[in-house]
Structure formats: C-alpha cells, structure tokens
Design a protein around this ligand. Structure first.
Ligand SMILES: NC(=O)C1=CN([C@@H]2O[C@H](COP(=O)(O)OP(=O)(O)OC[C@H]3O[C@@H](n4cnc5c(N)ncnc54)[C@H](OP(=O)(O)O)[C@@H]3O)[C@@H](O)[C@H]2O)C=CC1
Ligand SMILES: O=C(O)C1=N[C@H](C(=O)O)C[C@H](O)C1
Length: 250
C-alpha cells in the first residue's frame, strides 16, 4: 500500500518539530517536505504532498492555505487565529476546489477535545461558568484558540437550553479584571514560564462547583490527533472544524 505523502509547515517550531518526528515515525506516512519561514511553497507541489500539516502563525496560515487549496493539497491546521471572516474566506477557496479537505483543530489532544465536550454537556446545568487557560509565555495569541472554542460551545449549549446569563454584580473593575468576553463567557489567560497548555472550565451553582481541567504536559499530546487528522482529511472534502468530527464525538 502506498504511503500518505505528508508535509509539515512550521517545521522548526515547537509543535511543528514534534510533528515532523511523528510523521517520520508513522509507518503509513512519508514526510515529503518540512518547511520553515521563507521556504518555497512550490516544494509542496513538486514533492507531490497530499496533506500539509499547518503549524505556523496566525499571520502566515491564510497564505499557506490559499496555496494548498489552489493546488488540491489537503490540510490539517493547528494554527490559531480563526475568525468568522477567515473561515468564510477559506470556505470560498474550498468551493473552487471541491475535492480538497481542510481540518482546523483548535486542539489536537484527546483530553482537550473531551474537555470541550464535557463543558458543553455541563454548561446548561450551572448558573455560572468561566474559562481559565494557562500557557507558556512564548504563546503569541490570547485567549487560546481552545479557550475561545470552548467558550463558544458553552454559549451555544446555554442558548439552546435557554439558560439565563451568569450572575455578576460587578459595577467597577480594572480593565481585564473580568477576563475577555467570548460570546458572553469570561475567559482568563495566564502566561507562566514552566507551563505548556492547560485549561480549566469552572462551573458554579448554589452550593456546588464543578471544575473540568486538562493539562497538556508535552507536545506529544497533540500527535495522535494530527496523524488521525492527516489520515481522515484526504477522504473528507470541504471544511471540518474540530477534531471531534473525526472521533465520532460530535
Ligand atoms: N491545535 C493544537 O492542538 C495546537 C496548536 N498550536 C498552535 O500552532 C501554532 C504554532 O505554535 P508553536 O509551535 O508554539 O509556535 P512557534 O513559534 O514555535 O512555531 C511556529 C513556526 O512557524 C514558522 N513560520 C512562520 N511563518 C511561516 C511560514 N509562512 N511558513 C513556514 N513556517 C512559518 C515560524 O518561524 P519563525 O520562528 O522564523 O517565525 C516558527 O518556526 C500556534 O498558532 C499555536 O497556537 C500549538 C500547539 C497545539
Ligand atoms: O500555542 C500553544 O501552545 C497552543 N495553542 C493552541 C491554542 O491556542 O488553543 C492549542 C494548545 O492550547 C497549545
């Protein structure tokens, strides 16, 4: 059986360098390109890459995906910075290349995906809910893509259930003291040397609280999700948002 031809973009980065090793170690995959900033995207076409694993920066991801989709190269995207405008632009490109698949995964780790699922399940049953994400201090964006998605899913679940807005009697506050408002859910971002990627969803009701916490302790936690994404995206045309759709958790 022929091997899946995979390229990594952002190959020298924290997660990209781990992805290079994971693809090299996968028996059903061949690493055909490992590109860093300034390397020519044409290499992807020249090497016959079937899937590009995109792990760069919010500033670089759209240009890379434009090239991939125009050349019919499927993509597995971990890079953050997704807005409705960006998603609409990507969907427009995919309409012009209907056989191409793109997976955007706010988080590739199974624990983070389950955290989002559990948070969605619990959200309608508690008066209060807030999200705290904690990351290494080299992270360039805040709040994290995972926390943003978690808050959106919580808000959707509460809207669908008709849950009242969380109580909050704050009248005066320093800027930022109550976190960022993501779809009505406060999201707090901590940046701390020694950490990698962590998240807590705090839920509160009269007389009880529930805390859902996930910790990624090493970039290896993201690798099974990346490999699964590469295997599945080649037969899943169009845009898939969230690894849960490839885990049958949706
Ligand atoms: N979905 C998930 O599960 C995960 C997502 N992430 C996300 O992945 C992204 C990368 O994170 P991280 O590895 O920590 O960041 P790093 O800064 O360590 O890595 C990014 C790499 O991409 C390179 N790069 C920038 N532009 C391009 C380009 N146009 N083509 C090729 N390479 C490029 C950078 O080069 P240079 O240093 O020269 O700028 C750098 O080597 C972030 O958005 C992060 O949030 C991270 C972990 C898990
Ligand atoms: O930058 C990181 O490190 C991470 N980024 C992703 C995010 O923003 O959610 C995933 C994970 O949290 C690690």
């Amino acid at each position: 059986m022929s091997k899946l031809r995979v390229a990594v973009l952002g190959a020298k980065g924290r997660i990209g360098s781990e992805a290079v090793k994971a693809v090299e170690a996968a028996e059903d995959m061949e690493l055909v390109a490992a590109l860093g900033r300034g390397d020519k995207l044409e290499t992807l076409a020249e090497t016959g890459a079937q899937v590009a694993v995109e792990l760069t920066t919010p500033a670089s991801v759209m240009g890379n995906l434009d090239f991939c989709v125009r050349h019919g190269i499927h993509a597995v995207v971990g890079t953050t910075g997704w807005t409705e405008d960006r998603l609409a632009q990507l969907r427009g490109w995919l309409d012009q290349s209907p056989r191409t698949g793109v997976l955007i995964a706010p988080n590739f780790s199974i624990g983070a995906v389950l955290t989002m699922k559990f948070a969605q399940l619990a959200a309608p049953y508690f008066e209060s809910v807030e999200v705290v994400e904690l990351h290494h201090p080299n992270k360039v964006d805040a709040p994290s893509g995972t926390a943003t998605r978690t808050a959106q899913l919580i808000a959707e679940a509460r809207r669908a259930a008709g849950t009242a807005p969380a109580p909050d009697a704050t009248v005066t506050a320093l800027d930022g003291a109550r976190g960022a408002d993501v779809d009505g859910v406060p999201v707090h971002a901590v940046r701390l040397r020694g950490l990698l990627a962590h998240q807590e969803v705090l839920l509160g009701a009269e007389g009880e609280t529930l805390t859902i916490r996930h910790d990624s302790l090493h970039h290896s936690s993201f690798m099974p999700g990346i490999l699964l994404g590469a295997r599945r995206v080649v037969t899943t045309p169009g845009l898939t948002f969230g690894l849960e759709h490839f885990l049958d958790l949706s």
